[in-house]
Write a protein that binds this ligand. Structure first.
Ligand code: NDP
Length: 450
């Protein structure tokens, strides 16, 4: 049996019930075959066995008091997966679906994503099964304070620097940072995504969405195409989706869909960005409201989605930008996209596509940017925030955006040239996994057994 099969079987025994993590590990390990065949040293140094095992996993209880005075108990996680390239870096996710498997798959992906940026950052991830939906501002604050009361022991500006992810935006980072400062008396770059007046970087909020569009731009360029005049499908209605839509408009694209956990909006004249921001950023409410502002748009409730997938992927378009959550693009969705003329997919969300969807997309040979490459603009700009914090500077938006564009160009180049080196020029999944792995594995070998 192959090392991929053996490793997954071993993980199933040692870390049971972690489906999402096995999926992420299998995809990476499978891509590495051609590299490992040529380089026995990775097996000799037991890099595969070492890289799938986190350096440290912190699991803690988070107790807080809700507005009715009742005590609530949640689980908190921080996984410090790999520090070969630098301090652990990766977001915090607050969502009811969070468990050890989800945090582990996200942390594993983060190792290779961070390596691809070319910046000195290791991989980590964290979060909680806390559900922010319907909670008051005061409840969010008390939860964040309770979460940081434990987490602060394990993080620091040169050890582990968390950021946002699903359910963790500027408001949550503010409460977390305030508590860190209160506990440590230190004002330092221990979190990224901070407010602009207290250490945040211009352009960080926009970076993941803008970066996913820049990545698509690079893929399209190699096909002699560009974004201008293209119809685009976007899923999600949070940070990544909103700034993907914003950048698509700036580059002449026409985004016609978005979605949240309750339903999807189809607006053939183009999603109205002001309405979307009003509903999601200001009111924090449901996309259902969108059609009250734009009766010509259609709202599809999640109950009416096709059984085998997601409504957003069933419309005619040229480009697709999954920007909600993992496994949001199924095999049936992939076939629908291909049948409807989509020829470029750039993933803003992590592990957006199921394994069988990825197989269909790769087989079709269209341009496909996997999340660990296409959404790396967020973490890259977080690292730029760390650089500004440690030098006590704040750069202009022009400087940050220029750096983001150049980082996304370089990530695309790294993936594409590695894919070419291994004779699979269109396979950026293989390119991303090998390029990211090789950098981390070489650093691990340099640093001896640990
Ligand atoms: P947000 O919380 O801002 O938005 C997430 C959006 O996706 C919301 O519209 C939410 O709906 C929807 N969503 C979440 N879970 C589900 C689900 N199970 N089914 C359907 N819709 C769902 O998160 P982000 O925009 O920050 O993150 C989106 C994706 O991008 C995630 O995969 C994240 O890991 C990835 N990412 C984020 C980065 C960042 O910088 N923020 C960096 C790199 C990757 P609702 O509004 O109803 O909750």
């Amino acid at each position: 049996m192959s090392y991929v099969h053996d490793t997954i079987v071993q993980l199933q025994k040692s870390s049971p019930a972690q489906t999402e993590f096995y999926q992420a590990a299998e995809e990476v390990l499978d891509s590495l075959r051609p590299l490992l065949e040529l380089n026995p040293r990775y097996h000799q140094h037991k890099i595969i066995e070492r890289i799938v095992e986190p350096e440290r996993q912190i699991l803690f209880r988070v107790c807080w008091v809700d507005d009715r005075g009742e005590v609530q108990v949640n689980k908190g996680y921080r996984i410090q997966f790999n520090s070969a390239l630098g301090p652990y870096k990766g977001g915090l996710r607050f969502h009811r679906s969070v468990n050890a498997s989800v945090i582990k798959f996200l942390g594993f992906e983060q190792i290779f994503k961070n390596a691809l940026t070319g910046l000195p950052i290791g991989g980590g991830k964290g979060g909680s099964n806390f559900d922010p939906k319907g909670k008051s501002d005061a409840e969010i604050m008390r939860f964040c304070q309770a979460f940081m009361t434990e987490l602060h022991r394990h993080i620091g500006p040169t050890t582990d620097v968390p950021a946002g992810d699903i359910g963790v935006g500027g408001r949550e980072i503010g409460y977390l940072y305030g508590q860190y400062k209160r506990l440590t008396t230190r004002h330092e770059g221990v979190l990224t995504g901070k407010g602009l007046d207290w250490g945040g970087s211009l352009g960080r909020k926009e970076a993941t969405g803008y970066g996913a569009v820049y990545f698509a731009q690079n893929m399209l360029k190699s096909l002699g195409e560009d974004i201008d005049g293209k119809t685009c499908l976007v899923s999600g209605a949070g940070n990544v989706a909103i700034y993907t839509i914003e950048k698509l408009y700036q580059l002449g694209g026409l985004p016609i869909t978005c979605s949240d956990s309750q339903g999807a909006v189809y607006h053939p004249q183009g999603i109205n960005l002001d309405t979307l921001k009003l509903i999601k950023e200001t009111r924090r409410s449901s996309l259902r409201e969108y059609v009250e502002h734009h009766p010509e748009a259609t709202y599809v409730d999640v109950e009416s989605y096709p059984e085998d997938g997601h409504a957003v992927w069933r419309y005619k378009a040229h480009l697709a930008f999954p920007s909600a959550t993992q496994n949001e693009l199924t095999e049936a969705d992939a076939l629908a996209l291909l049948g409807n003329g989509v020829f470029c997919i750039s993933e803003g969300s992590n592990m957006a596509s199921t394994a069988s969807a990825v197989d269909q997309i790769l087989q079709a040979g269209i341009a496909y940017g996997p999340g660990k490459a296409a959404n790396a603009g967020g973490v890259a700009t977080s690292q730029l925030e760390m650089a500004q914090n440690s030098s006590m500077q704040q750069w202009t938006i022009e400087k940050v955006d220029k750096k983001l564009m150049s980082i996304m160009h370089d990530i695309h180049h790294r993936c594409a040239s590695t894919a070419e080196e291994f004779d699979q020029p269109h396979n950026l999944v293989l390119g991303a996994n090998i390029a990211g792995f090789r950098k981390v594995a070489d650093a691990m070998i340099d640093q001896g057994v640990y």
